[in-house]
Design a binder for this molecule. Sequence first.
Ligand SMILES: Nc1nc2c(ncn2[C@@H]2O[C@H](COP(=O)(O)OP(=O)(O)OP(=O)(O)O)[C@@H](O)[C@H]2O)c(=O)[nH]1
Ligand SMILES: [Mg+2]
Length: 313
Amino acid sequence: MTEENDIADSAAEPAGPTHSGFVALIGPTNAGKSTLLNRLVGAKVSIVSHKVQTTRAVIRGIATHRNAQIVFMDTPGIFKPRRRLDRAMVTSAWGGAKDADVIMLLIDSERGLRGDADAILEGLKDVPQRKILALNKIDRVKREDLLALAAAANEKVAFDQTFMVSAENGSGCDDVMDHLATTLPEGPWYYPEDQISDLPMRQLAAEITREKLFLRLHQELPYASHVETENWEERKDGSVRIEQVIYVERDSQKKITLGKNGETIKAISTASRKELSQILEQTVHLFLFVKVRENWGDDPERFREMGLEFPRG
Ligand SMILES: Nc1nc2c(ncn2[C@@H]2O[C@H](COP(=O)(O)OP(=O)(O)OP(=O)(O)O)[C@@H](O)[C@H]2O)c(=O)[nH]1
Ligand SMILES: [Mg+2]
């Protein structure tokens, strides 16, 4: 090995002991967990929408800060489940919490403890891990309201630390990273330095299309749909051909997804293709097919594809 290589190698390895650990981001649906994950990792790893129940399974995003590798686990929002898919999502969120070294509860500070946040605080009481609180969307609320909210939440659960952040504009996020980097246990890194996610590209591509579908379609349709990548073909000219299937439950939903003269599916496809081209840094030819599968919400195979346990009964 040349001397030059020696220097390059030692620059890649952080000096001093390394720290690492898993941090589960849990919270009510729409609190901004996925937005925060992307912000902390510094790349789009998990999809985001203004609608509730966007994230469906645990997604890992890997960040490095100082000597620490922090593996964030984005989880589905916790809410009162109704459908089988809901139940699987909520189970997966609490499962993510169980696997973590630290649990970070994210609360939308505009909504406060109303609704599901209160029930989650109740559930957190029995969880043995170290817990930290992050009040998100502080760009939307007055400081005195934040202090009152922090006090109310800390009365219910003994949080090690409370942070006030805006996942949207990044405010307060460095404090979170500093805290985690210094408090996670000493230990080797779990992933190669440049890895930011453990999601296979085919699945991320399906998620990107699902995000566009969430943003474009209204009411119950997003929740009745599911996207899978069926085919991925790298072309000699450096481009990639991707085929995806959008599953819906009824023929009427298929019609809405296609839109008049195919306008809706075209808009979804264009938006998804543009973002995929950026992420993959290559030309993308995207082909979307809409299929009716009445009972996809009760099909164990679809759950496996999503990385969810199939709840029996
Ligand atoms: N103003 C503001 N909006 C935010 C902030 N963080 C997230 N949002 C918005 O909140 C909405 C929900 O964000 P997500 O990241 O999808 O929320 P989530 O908690 O992952 O939601 P689920 O996956 O459905 O549980 C999106 O419209 C975001 O743009 C923030 O700090 N400030
Ligand atoms: Mg999410």
